[in-house]
Design a protein around this ligand. Sequence first.
Ligand SMILES: *Cc1c(COP(=O)(O)O)cnc(C)c1O
Length: 395
Amino acid sequence: MTRELATDLIHHPYKPPEGFEAPQVAVHKASTIFFPNVAAVRARDWRYKNGYTYGLHGTPTTFTLEERIATLEGGKQCVLAPSGLAAIMLVDLALLAPGDEVLLPNNVYGPSRELARQELARWGITHRLYDPMDAAAFARAIGPNTKLVWLEAPGSVTMEFPDLTGLVAAAKARGVMTALDNTWGAGLAFRAFDVGLDIVMQALTKYPSGGADVLMGSVTTRDQSLHEMIKLTHMRLGIGVGANDAELMLRSLATLPLRYEAQDAAGRQLAGWLARRPEVLRVLHPAFEGAPGHAHWRSTCSGAAGLFSILIDPRYTAEQVDRFIDALRLFKIGYSWAGPVSLVVPYDLASMRGAGRGGLRGHLVRFSMGFEAVADLQADIAQAMALGLGDSEGA
Ligand SMILES: *Cc1c(COP(=O)(O)O)cnc(C)c1O
């Protein structure tokens, strides 16, 4: 039977030779995936990685990324979501029902608290904030309806590092599920599952991407039935990831340990220099002696993210601090971290509830290390401080 060209262009007999191998994982793009026969359609089960059913439920590209993230986190199963926040939402929706309560640290990633305050509240799920630096108060905060506890180590603005082991043990003793936002640790600073956590979530947007150009989140588990609960909710919510984004992530993942270590070293160097500046009241970096929770960081971690905050002396006005930040040239003003460009964001301490904040004074400014030379970043801060903070009221 001869066919028309239009059909031949689609149903073409050529198949490339098998056995192609190259350093990067192939990008498989699909909504539709062909089944070999009717029996295969009837036998489909998208809970497991033993076949393909539909683009949203996995391709060789996304399966590969999930397996690599599971390995990174020290877990067994992983589900990808289109952003870190979507991964948080996925955990909340998979585990919580009306009447349940979720506990959040009072220094939690802000949008996670807003999700609880707005959406979860409308669906009859309540939340309570706890002080992650007060293990006794945390144990008291766990109530009969508490189903899930979120942890973060450290808080990503005020940088206090909690006693993860103690908090997880207290939750476990009450039969409460624990989930860690591991964006700061990136799977490298410490082995989250060894602490006893049930779920490890990460904003892959940050360190695994490293490019500040892709959004993605992951939810990793070690327990098959817990994974299946999350996977089924994921499927029903329809929050899969795009093939091009998965490709970017796979490509970046190879250099993750090198980048994490380099940005850690650069961050500590710059934070050490800032600690000696007369304009700076205090440096908030968990690897620094005297930082809130430093002893917990030391007993838990082998490294740190290139992320820290400083408290500028309160003798300066808020306008002076704004002028300092506006005068920075290499540091760009922007959210997120772990990309190639160093970033700065001012935070208003007065409007933030949270751990140890009672003891914090001054103007909080957070820095995220890029890949520029530290000497140039230092010079940038020095010139901006001279312009913005001047000498009239300062040192
Ligand atoms: C950025 C971030 C998130 C959310 O990630 P997105 O991909 O931006 O949604 C969650 N938690 C922490 C600690 C983060 O820094």
